[in-house]
Design a protein around this ligand. Structure first.
Ligand SMILES: *Cc1c(COP(=O)(O)O)cnc(C)c1O
Length: 382
């Protein structure tokens, strides 16, 4: 039987039509008309004044950090449990991530532990909405006000998600999105910075394009890279964005299906269906193995692969990254919940092209594997 991939995007809307338009008109570079249109629609969707498209979500984070003039010796608070892009955007400019443990239920950073990480060097809080539920923003906004800190919001996984009815991506001084194929609006590769601040928007535009000076071309006061987004990417993005509501419904339906089917399976902790401020959007359907299950997420993913099911382990914590240990960061730091998620969490096929038949197969295999694992867990305890 065919392998069930962990992610397959859905590209059967206007993607082909708009791409043909690019080719027919010859507009394929970053100068094409779809780029501005995509920036306009995307920023409108998340209620922001400015959208600056870039090559990918990682670049968007780097631009956000640089636009806010975070640099040598500054500190940025962020979750220990996240993707490396968050930490690397900060360490690349010589600033230091101050890590916060995760809430074991929402998997997002523990809000009540942020304040004790604030020092005289803290410049910003990087909020990352992880896997499906948004971070509780209100207390974060209050803290940022109280201590005069910036908020960088990583909404890479949150297209169409809201916090108390307001779109994710509307909360940061700068917020960022990714359009990688596993995000539910994709452009192949791609990202965007959104903001309401005109000066920050202008800085991001400059950083995106080699910091060309506006008055005299080829004269530079500052260095950057080329992070430009192409008309071809924007063509796909526009077609995707047209279907955002449908995609969000589809994600939620998939999440409900898995939860119904896997409820009551011993050894699994399923994702929270909702909080006071949001319904889970199930960017991916994540599962955490209970502590009494002796296998790790890596072993679990291997078993699933042998059964023809694609899956991925959760993120690996920032304070356990070999690259940062080598550089002397995070010495002796521990974050128990984040570490548990990194060792016991995994996600199962959740792409938009996933069929109900495929989901049935995923469920059958998980139940079979968990049945075996629970029997051996019981045998161990006897
Ligand atoms: C995907 C992702 C990124 C990075 O985006 P790329 O486009 O892959 O560079 C950053 N943050 C989070 C939370 C992500 O999920």
């Amino acid at each position: 039987m065919d392998f069930v991939p962990v992610n397959e995007p859905l590209l059967d809307g206007n993607e082909k039509k708009y791409l043909c338009e690019c080719i027919d008109t010859g507009w394929i570079s970053s100068e094409g008309p779809f780029v501005k249109e995509f920036e306009r629609r995307m920023s409108q969707t998340v209620q922001r004044r400015y959208g600056i498209s870039v090559t990918n979500g990682t670049a968007a984070l780097e631009l956000a950090v640089r636009a806010l003039e975070i640099g040598e010796g500054d500190e940025v608070i962020m979750p220990a449990f996240t993707i490396i892009s968050c930490a690397s955007a900060v360490t690349r400019v010589g600033a230091v991530p101050a890590l916060v443990d995760s809430d074991i239920n929402t998997w997002n950073m523990k809000i009540d532990e942020i304040e004790r990480r604030i020092t005289s060097k803290t410049k910003a809080i990087m909020v990352v909405h992880i896997y499906g539920l948004p971070v509780e923003m209100e207390p974060v906004i209050q803290l940022a006000k109280k201590y005069d800190l910036k908020i960088i919001e990583d909404a890479a996984q949150m297209h169409g998600q809201t916090y108390n009815g307001k779109p994710c991506g509307s909360f940061g001084d700068i917020s960022v999105f990714s359009f990688y194929p596993n995000k539910h609006v994709t452009t192949g590769e791609g990202g965007m910075v959104v903001t309401d601040n005109e000066e920050l928007a202008e800085r991001c535009r400059s950083l995106r394009n080699l910091c060309f000076r506006n008055d005299i071309r080829y004269v530079h006061d500052e260095l950057s890279g080329n992070y430009r987004f192409t008309n071809l990417q924007a063509a796909v993005g526009l077609a995707q964005l047209e279907r955002l509501d449908e995609f969000v419904k589809r994600k939620r339906k998939m999440g409900k299906y898995y939860t119904e089917a896997l409820k009551g399976v011993d050894g699994l902790k399923l994702p929270m269906e909702k909080t006071e401020y949001a319904d889970n959007i199930y960017w991916v359907y994540g599962i955490v193995l209970e502590p009494y299950i002796s296998v790790t997420n890596r072993e679990m993913c291997k078993k699933l692969a042998e059964a023809g099911i694609g899956s991925r382990t959760f993120f690996w914590c920032m304070h356990e990254q070999p690259v940062y240990a080598k550089k002397g960061y995070f010495q002796g730091e521990n974050y128990v919940n984040a570490e548990r998620l990194a060792r016991k969490g995994f996600y199962i096929p959740s792409g938009l092209a996933l069929t109900e038949k495929q989901m049935e197969r995923v469920v059958i295999q998980i139940k079979r594997i968990m049945n075996e694992l629970c029997h051996s867990a019981k045998a161990d305890r006897v």
